[in-house]
Design a binder for this molecule. Structure first.
Ligand SMILES: [Zn+2]
Ligand SMILES: [Zn+2]
Length: 253
């Protein structure tokens, strides 16, 4: 059988995606991509999947389709901590996200906010971002860290080679490696090559994610795949839950 890439991160109408599950599957097929549905599962995100009971109903629905059953969990929201193991095992893979980071004073800052809190410099923001990645990696039993370079919109205007110190990059890579969490190459929030290369060279597995919400975006992982290949990563080593397993236990004997 010829190898086909997996889109480990895409949204449907269960959360804030535009496509029904069947349409996600059809779009991926048309692109030669193996589909996932990886909707937001959180009490603090735009989603209908916002309670343990809603998670069961979501999984019941996904089991009706030939699709990998993922979920995108907010680290800062407690819902992922409340799911029992028998529910977790029904996911083929789970994705963890920093939609809010924890600042040094313990307050959370929503990363989609353009204006930084008064007095918070870009470098202090990045220190809080990296410390939050380290906490996520230590606490959260996910398979993939989503969009590692998602930061406040204001900071995305800075050259990432200036925004990110090499020491911060090293800490992110070390945390993911120690936890066995894959680094997502997001098509939506595209990481700079230096960081992806650092992850690959450290032996962190790479995962492809469209983070698609619209018909045009879902399953479009051409750029992430090209980036992984440009770094010499063999296709078969890109994260595929059915080949590499999942911390959910879905593929355990
Ligand atoms: Zn996200
Ligand atoms: Zn997403």
């Amino acid at each position: 059988m010829t190898w086909r890439p997996v889109d480990c991160h895409a949204h449907s109408t269960h959360s804030d995606g535009a496509l029904a599950v069947a349409e996600v599957v059809a779009k991926a097929r048309a692109l030669g991509v193996r589909p996932s549905v990886t909707d937001h599962i959180s009490r603090d995100a735009p989603t209908s999947v916002d309670s343990p009971a809603a998670v069961e109903a979501y999984l019941d629905d996904l089991e009706e389709y030939d699709v990998l059953r993922g979920g995108e969990f907010c680290w800062h929201d407690a819902l992922w901590r409340e799911l029992p193991p028998q529910t977790v095992r029904r996911f083929t893979h789970r994705v963890g996200s920093l939609h809010s980071i924890r600042l040094v004073d313990g307050a959370h800052f929503r990363v989609f906010h353009r204006d930084l809190p008064d007095g918070l410099s870009a470098s202090a923001y990045m220190e809080a971002h990296v410390a939050s990645v380290e906490a996520l990696a230590a606490e959260m039993p996910v398979d993939v860290f989503a969009h590692p370079t998602l930061v406040s919109p204001m900071l995305r205007e800075i050259d990432p080679h200036d925004l990110w110190s090499e020491a911060h990059e090293e800490r992110v890579v070390s945390a993911l490696r120690a936890a066995g969490i894959a680094f997502e190459i997001s098509n939506r929030y595209r990481p700079h090559v230096r960081l992806v290369r650092r992850a690959a060279e450290a032996g962190v597995r790479l995962s492809l994610g469209s983070d698609g919400h619209s018909r045009a975006q879902v399953a479009d992982i051409a750029h992430p795949l090209a980036l992984a290949r440009s770094l010499g990563v063999p296709d078969e080593e890109l994260y595929d839950p059915t080949q590499h397993g999942s911390r959910t236990g879905a593929f355990d004997a």
